[in-house]
Design a protein around this ligand. Structure first.
Ligand SMILES: O=C(O)[C@@H](CO)OP(=O)(O)O
Ligand SMILES: [Mn+2]
Ligand SMILES: [Mn+2]
Length: 555
């Protein structure tokens, strides 16, 4: 139970406070790939100018050690929203896993023994699946290769790997480089007497890694490949066969036949032997390890493997019986609900999140985003916990998104609908504190399309204009920032599409309809996303919670 906070003197009237995350909008110099400057967002530029005059603007950091990653790592939504919602920096999965592997704890746990060592002893197969890249947002190839090596060291005789192509946290067409690295590690395993190979694969935005219940068909496609060795018949078209003898051949053929599809959307494939039989179907007693450490896109597939008869998303036995296998996650993705049941590294335990304070104080809060970011302002915000902290005091609203492959054609996404709903809630005045995430800068930034990203920024700009009118009419306070960069760099140094996040700082500013000069933004502290929670508590009228990082305002 968190402590009750004292009043701090700011906003004694209890005017509404709105916290807005422009997902993926960082600060970077003007240039041909900077969608922010190309869009010339009229409202935002005016707001920033005013905030600067009031000493209510600064940049803050959203990458590396500022969000619990390793210095130099780009930021991402999970770690960013964790920091925003918890007021602290927690060492995150990316680091917890590699540190545990390097110091050796990883290989000495009961879970490693139960999942891997015992499977090997029983003469069964170790299956690994996950995002194959060095992005370090959901996974890291170094960790995957270390697991392969260790399985071999432990006497493993059979490994099957089911890689998902990335192209979203790394260069959009870098998939084959990582496949080559994986093939090298598997060849070494074979040299050491272990029958190891790739068994199935495809793009991460096409298979397995759905989030927030947006497109369960992605999970179904991935599951059927991994478990049953069956490719979705809808993927088999225009000459693409779906069944190949090597991953390289499958990926190259996919690229040749569908030249506009980026790696992240690559069609599914299953590797077959000379007789056309899948090389890596799951068998009873095998273990399957999800090598991703990040939760949002790992929850659905984990439930698919873990749940019993209550599972109702699709028929797991449509292509043959679902064998009794063991399943483990690299991390536990939701420790409140215990998903998955078995995991190799304990997750960061994020405690005393800001929502617990607001609920303790009786502050009524409202959170909204479209599906792609819905869990960001709820699950990630509350320290990776699904559901409400106190339903009587909170309302979480999800505006249904379109599938992610429609984003480039419709960069406005559901921003208007999100704003409509948010503005209506502000006008109705039932809540004290509102938070919103606009997905556009990030989701459109991930397409690597400059014109689409420019439209995305314009959409966010328009939405912020409407939002401020509503906040102003209520005499409220609007705080705007971003969780990491993306759309401010949609081209790389060579002018090629860049689909990943960035390490750039993000803007931070406050607009107060009744600003009286009694507080200003501190320019001197080494500020990052984790400083925002104390700041928001101050603006809601309360002192900084004990143990939270410093507030960004002086008063
Ligand atoms: O789409 C995602 O899963 C990540 C990129 O891998 O983006 P974000 O952190 O913004 O959610
Ligand atoms: Mn984000
Ligand atoms: Mn993103």
């Amino acid at each position: 139970m968190v402590q009750r906070l004292e009043k701090c003197g700011i906003n004694a009237e209890g005017r509404p406070v709105v916290f807005c995350v422009m997902d993926g909008v960082g600060v970077f110099k003007e240039g041909p790939g900077n969608a922010f400057w190309l869009a010339k967002p009229e409202n935002i530029l005016k707001f920033i100018e005013e905030a600067k005059q009031n000493k209510l603007y600064r940049e803050i950091y959203a990458h590396g050690e500022y969000v619990g990653l390793t210095d130099g790592d780009m930021g991402n939504s999970e770690v960013g929203h964790n920091a925003l919602g918890s007021g602290n920096i927690y060492t995150q999965g990316a680091r917890l896993v590699i540190e545990s592997m390097r110091e050796g704890t990883f290989w000495n746990t009961q879970q490693w023994k139960d999942m891997v060592v015992d499977t090997i002893k029983a003469g069964k197969t170790v299956h690994l699946f996950g995002l194959l890249s060095s992005g370090n947002v959901h996974s890291h190839i170094d960790q995957q290769i270390m697991i392969i090596q260790k399985v071999v060291e432990c006497g493993g005789k059979r490994i099957r790997f089911h890689p998902l192509l990335d192209g979203r946290d790394v260069a959009p067409d870098s998939g084959l480089e990582f496949i080559a690295q994986l093939e090298e590690a598997l060849a070494k395993a074979r040299d050491a007497g272990c029958d190891a190979c790739i068994a199935s694969g495809g793009g991460r935005m096409h298979l397995v890694m759905d989030r927030y219940n947006a497109e369960w068909s992605m999970v179904e496609r991935g599951f059927n490949q991994i478990v049953h060795g069956v490719v979705d018949p809808a993927d088999i078209k225009d000459g693409y066969k779906g069944y190949y003898t090597t991953a390289k051949e499958a990926i190259e053929e996919g690229r040749r036949l569908f030249p506009t599809l980026l790696d992240q959307y690559a069609p599914g494939f299953v590797i077959v032997d000379a007789e056309g039989k899948p090389v890596g179907k799951l068998e009873e007693g095998d273990v399957v390890i999800n090598t991703n450490f990040r939760g949002d896109r790992a929850l659905e597939i984990s439930n698919t493997f873990d749940q019993g008869a209550e599972f109702d998303k699709f028929d797991r036995a449509a292509h043959g019986p679902f064998p009794a296998v063991k399943y483990a996650g690299m991390l536990q993705y939701d420790s409140d609900l215990g998903i998955p049941k078995t995991y190799l590294v304990p997750p960061p335990s994020i405690s005393d999140v800001m929502s617990e304070y607001t609920c303790e104080l009786g502050i009524k809060s409202f959170a909204i985003a479209e599906t792609h970011k819905y869990g960001h302002v709820t699950f990630f915000w509350n320290g990776n916990r699904l559901g409400y902290i106190n339903k009587a005091l909170e309302k979480y609203v999800e505006i249904p998104s379109e599938p992610s492959d429609m984003i480039e054609a419709n960069p406005a996404m559901k921003a208007k609908e999100v704003t409509d709903e948010l503005v209506a809630a502000i006008e109705a005045g039932e809540f004290d504190y509102y938070r919103v995430n606009y997905a556009n800068g990030d989701m459109v930034g991930h397409t690597g399309s400059v014109p689409a990203a420019v439209e995305a920024v314009k959409t966010v700009d328009e939405s912020l204009g409407r939002l401020w009118e509503a906040v102003k009419a209520k005499g409220g306070i609007l705080v705007v920032t971003a969780d990491h960069g993306n759309c401010e760099e949609v081209l790389d140094g060579k002018g090629k599409p860049k689909t990943s996040h960035t390490t750039n700082p993000v803007p931070f500013w406050i607009m107060d309809a009744k600003y009286d000069g009694k507080y200003t933004v501190n320019q001197d502290i080494d500020g990052g996303l984790a400083n925002c929670a104390a700041t928001t508590m101050n603006l809601l009228g309360y002192e900084k919670p004990e143990g939270y990082m410093q507030s960004l305002i002086d008063y």
